[in-house]
Design a protein around this ligand. Structure first.
Ligand SMILES: [Fe+2]
Length: 287
């Protein structure tokens, strides 16, 4: 088994990590969970975060094979189309995105032409169907809970966990978005924790306590021992009770509404209106 090189990029506005995964310079690579910067005050997008990783890929002469999403993020816009325009690659997400599209087509009353078959993405990923890039292979793991469509990606000795586990002192992802389920998240996390103890785990976010800097990498062993929400010995029932109680205290993410509308379209903005401009919607008293 070849273990990949992993370069992490941190977006401080949304606490998101984007990863470039590759074997060595001059080989194919993948990008996981990219960020398009968005200023909610002005409605402007910009590409500082994505440009950083584009420069890294170019400097290392990597060929971009896949632009992966672990799920339809609710806290940042995806830069997948922007990155694809510069570097190529196929945009892919778990095939259950179709369920997420159905829910949000209703919530946002999206245009009738909006398809809920995932066809905005170049490829829909299924558990058990590996994706190849160079000498490396991506093994998708279906990990619903935070959303009904979440995937984690195993590449060599590493798993990109998406929004399932956070660093051990932060815990786990919320389960109160439409289609979320704390019971499912518990089962999904057990799937990840059934891998060998020394498996490297890469987080999608970090929300560190004030006494440590941001961190993105841990192991199965550390999570089983120290995760504050789901360490060894916590039952499904205990976890679900804690998660449900905690979710009731959380506010919606600042970028929830813009993010979802763009991310169910694979990162593309909504179609222009008859004045040529594109708009995002805010549903009143719905969420
Ligand atoms: Fe998320």
């Amino acid at each position: 088994m070849i273990n990949p090189n992993i370069k992490a990029f941190f977006d401080p506005e949304t606490w998101t990590f984007t990863y470039v995964v590759y074997e060595k310079p001059n080989t194919p690579c993948v990008v996981i969970d990219s960020v398009l910067n968005f200023d909610p005050k002005s409605g402007r997008t910009s590409s500082n975060s994505a440009d950083e990783l584009i420069i890294f890929i170019q400097k290392n002469h990597l060929q971009l094979a896949w632009i992966l999403e672990t799920h339809a993020h609710a806290d940042h816009l995806s830069a997948a189309p922007y990155i694809q325009k510069q570097l190529g690659g196929k945009i892919a997400i778990g095939h259950h995105i179709q369920d997420v599209q159905k829910v949000f087509k209703g919530i946002f009353n999206l245009e009738p032409e909006f398809k809920v078959d995932g066809s905005q993405f170049d490829y829909l990923i299924e558990e058990g169907k590996n994706l190849e890039f160079g000498n490396l292979s991506i093994h998708p793991i279906f990990v619903p809970g935070h959303t009904p469509a979440c995937m984690a990606y195993e590449i060599g000795d590493a798993i990109f966990v998406g929004d399932t586990l956070f660093m051990p002192d932060v815990g786990t992802a919320r389960c109160d978005f439409p289609g979320g389920s704390a019971n499912n998240l518990y089962k999904s996390i057990q799937k990840i924790l059934s891998y060998p103890d020394n498996t490297r785990l890469f987080m999608c976010h970090d929300y560190p306590p004030s006494n440590r800097p941001v961190a993105y990498e841990t192991t199965v062993a550390k999570q089983k021992k120290d995760n504050i929400h789901i360490h060894d010995g916590i039952s499904e029932e205990q976890f679900v009770e804690m998660r449900t109680k905690r979710d009731k205290t959380l506010q919606m993410p600042v970028l929830l509404l813009p993010s979802i509308q763009v991310n169910v379209r694979a990162g593309y903005p909504p179609p222009p209106e008859n004045n040529g401009k594109r708009y995002l919607k805010i549903p009143l008293d719905v969420l």
